[in-house]
Every structure is written in structure tokens, then in C-alpha cells.
Design a protein around this ligand. Structure first.
Ligand code: GSH
Length: 218
């Protein structure tokens, strides 16, 4: 392949950006990371993602690709000679996409309520968030990874959330080791066995300190 210019616009604590970083690491693709300040977005970000104005954005040889799931699919398609992220059968692929969509839409939104709301709304989010984790735990079953024996798209879509688990556990008043032990074991397996994951995820206390500072709700 001819020389590639690959730039990633990201924010270190963004779970969406982490997904893309893990995919790039799985494929062994070197890239330049440009960290954005979301309170003062660069003109470059606004030009590259004029519709949503969000990170992550992958810029491949000058062409922007937006939305984390679309970026990961793009990476898997372009660099298809190594570490396939999706199952090859259409049904397995659709299944992985379904759960990744669930994670993007539900888990993120409800998880956010744990540290941004109080009272009844918080209590409802607390219950719903655990229900989501239980659904995901059921989907994992007794397999080492979501698709079976090897790490793939669904693992990559969920594992960034683990870096926020101290936040969810503290603000949601959970005990994850007790309440979703299988999911915690899976997360530790991903970190232990996958350099792409271990080298991407920030430390849990760092994320916790960031949320405490950004979202203090009294
Ligand atoms: N659906 C998007 C969500 C990306 C997203 O929400 N990014 C956040 C950072 S985690 C962002 O850039 N927020 C800036 C804003 O909302 O203005 C994706 O999957 O890439």
C-alpha cells in the first residue's frame, strides 16, 4: 500500500474515540492523534465533521470519516489483511452490529445519567443501567469473547466503557465485582490478552477524577 496519512481527532476520555484507537491498534496502523478541546473546537474539527462537530474523526489521506462505528467498519474494510473485526457470515455481522448499536445508544446515554442526574431520574437510570449490563452479560454467556474465541467488534465496542466503571460504580452505588462478575472477568481478560486494549484504555481513577471535576452535581 502507498504511504498513508492517517489522522485521528480525539479526546482522551471519549469512549467513542477509544473504540477507534483499539481498531487501529488491532490492525497495527500508525497514525497521528490530534487531541481536541471540546470547549473550544478547532476549525479543523468543524471542517472535518461539519454535521455533528464531534470526535472521533478519522482523516485518511485527507478524507474525513465520522461516527465511531462507521470508522471502525471502514478500518476493517480498508485494512482487511489482518485481524478481522467482524464475523464473516452476514448473520453474525448483523448480530454484532445490533449489540454495538445498543451499547452506543443505550449504555452511553443511561450511564451518563448516573453522574449528571439526581433523585427519581437517577434511580431509574441506576436500575436501567444494570439491566443493560445484565443483557450484555447474557449475550456474552460463558464465551471468552462476545463472538466466541477471538476478540472482535463487539468486544471493541464495549471495552472502552470499562475505563468508566469506577465512575458508574461510585455514582450508581453498585458493586460490579458482585453484580456482574462475568462482565468484569471479560474486561480483565481483554486487558490482559490484548495489547490494543491495554495500551488504549486510560486508568479508571484518571477518568473518575475527570468526571468529578467536570460534572460535580452536589
Ligand atoms: N455517535 C458518535 C458520538 C460521538 C460523541 O458523542 N463524541 C463526543 C465526545 S465523547 C463529542 O465530540 N462531543 C462534543 C459535542 O457534543 O459537542 C460516535 O459514535 O462517534
Amino acid at each position: 500500500m502507498a504511504k498513508q496519512e492517517i489522522i485521528l481527532l480525539d479526546v482522551w476520555a471519549s469512549m467513542y474515540s477509544m473504540k477507534v484507537k483499539i481498531a487501529l491498534a488491532e490492525k497495527g496502523i500508525p497514525y497521528e492523534c490530534k487531541c481536541e478541546d471540546l470547549n473550544n473546537k478547532s476549525q479543523f474539527l468543524l471542517d472535518m465533521n461539519p454535521v455533528y462537530k464531534k470526535v472521533p474523526v478519522l482523516i485518511h489521506n485527507g478524507k474525513p470519516i465520522c461516527e465511531s462505528s462507521i470508522i471502525v467498519e471502514y478500518i476493517d474494510e480498508v485494512w482487511n489483511d489482518k485481524a478481522p473485526l467482524f464475523p464473516s457470515d452476514p448473520c453474525g455481522k448483523a448480530h454484532a452490529r445490533f449489540w454495538a448499536d445498543f451499547i452506543n445508544k443505550k449504555l452511553y446515554q443511561i450511564g451518563r445519567k448516573l453522574y449528571t442526574t439526581k433523585g427519581e431520574e437517577h434511580e431509574a437510570a441506576r436500575i436501567e443501567f444494570m439491566d443493560c449490563l445484565k443483557l450484555l452479560e447474557g449475550e456474552l454467556g460463558d464465551k471468552p469473547y462476545f463472538a466466541g474465541e477471538s476478540f472482535g467488534y463487539l468486544d471493541l465496542s464495549l471495552i472502552p466503557f470499562y475505563s468508566w466503571f469506577q465512575v458508574y460504580e461510585t455514582y450508581g452505588n453498585y458493586n460490579f465485582d458482585y453484580e456482574c462478575a462475568k462482565l468484569i472477568a471479560w474486561a480483565k481478560r481483554c486487558i490482559q490478552n490484548k495489547v490494543s486494549v491495554a495500551s488504549t484504555l486510560p486508568d479508571l481513577p484518571k477518568v473518575f477524577a475527570y468526571v468529578q471535576q467536570e460534572y460535580y452535581i452536589g
